[in-house]
Design a protein around this ligand. Structure first.
Ligand code: SAM
Length: 305
């Protein structure tokens, strides 16, 4: 896209680049769902991260005149976003949950779990709503399907006395998780384990299990926009209806929970199917600002009936 780079050489300020990126993203009909949810948010993220500025607010920098080298870097990365259809997070090798940064590359899904948002909403340790009465008593946590390790790392911050196991089937994902666990200085408390779901933690029990497993139905994965094709397919696909892995978690979780413990699990749009299939289970469905009933909480006692 040399024409685009030439056109960008006429741009001067951050505002110019934001406007140009937005126009080009819209023209190219990009898909935005990897940590941002709109063209303007993804453009702002890409610009701020490339300029090494805080990603929370582009407004203070809109009228800043950019240096030649900065303009070149921005023109190149905005053009790459369009040509490669690669989510911005992979281009800059970084994603954030609630301002917490994580290293990412194509070995892991871009972190955007609703569980991350819920963990900051008071469900653990909030005055009215805590799912666990005394979070200081949480001594062990399992993050199943850990990917980049993002949820395990957030859990380590919320449960300061807990030992955390973070498991994934993918060796490649665990290499990325190791980078993040080291960057966040949690190597002493987060153990990275490889295996097929609970096989990785045979014989162990926990006060809390969190899981953002693959939960997309095969036909939906086949119809994904190109951006999703850069993510590992095993992070998304879970059988014909998307619930193959969630079913296994429901079947096996109780054996890995301590009395009083529970499972927090994200399921995408599978709620109705799960409720119909497990009518005896009393799921508590949790909403976020951006999701309705895509995460459930269930205790060991409810699972064992
Ligand atoms: C949706 S991603 C979630 C990653 C991370 N927890 C997050 O929230 O960003 C699902 C993860 O499950 C892993 N996975 C897929 N099948 C698995 C299995 N049978 N056992 C363990 N992990 C599995 C994938 O490698 C991927 O990292």
């Amino acid at each position: 896209m040399p024409d685009a780079i030439a056109a960008a050489s006429q741009l001067r300020t951050t505002r110019d680049f934001l406007r140009w990126a937005l126009s080009e993203f819209r023209k190219a009909r990009l898909s935005h769902g990897h940590g941002t949810t709109s063209a303007i948010d993804e453009a702002a993220f890409l610009i701020l991260e490339t300029l090494n500025l805080p990603v929370d607010d582009i407004n203070p920098w809109l009228d800043a005149t950019l240096l030649d080298g900065e303009r070149k870097s921005l023109a190149e990365i905005i053009t790459r976003r369009i040509e490669s259809r690669m989510p911005a997070a992979y281009l800059v090798k970084r994603a954030y949950i609630h301002g917490v940064p994580f290293y990412v590359d194509e070995r892991v899904i871009v972190p955007r779990s609703y569980i991350g948002e819920l963990m900051f909403s008071g469900i653990f340790g909030g005055e009215d709503t805590s799912l666990i009465e005394d979070i200081a008593q949480v001594a062990s946590v399992l993050d199943l399907c850990t990917g980049s390790g993002c949820l395990a790392i957030l859990a380590a911050g919320i449960f300061p006395d807990a030992e955390i196991d973070a498991a994934d089937l993918s060796e490649a994902a665990l290499e990325v998780a190791r980078i993040n666990v080291t960057d966040h200085n949690y190597s002493n408390r987060i153990n990275l384990l490889q295996g097929d779901l609970f096989d990785a933690v045979e014989g162990r029990t926990y006060d809390l299990i969190i899981a953002n497993p693959p939960y997309v139905a095969g036909p939906e994965v086949a119809a994904f926009p190109a951006e999703y094709g850069h993510e590992p397919i095993m992070a998304h696909i879970a059988g014909d209806d998307g619930l193959d892995i969630v079913r296994r978690i429901l079947d096996e979780a109780a054996a890995h929970l301590n009395p009083g413990g529970g499972v927090l699990c994200e399921v995408g749009t599978g709620r109705d199917l799960l409720v119909a299939e497990f009518p005896h289970l009393d799921f508590l469905w949790l909403d976020t600002e951006e999701s309705l009933g895509e995460v459930f909480w269930i205790t060991r006692e409810q699972l064992t009936g």
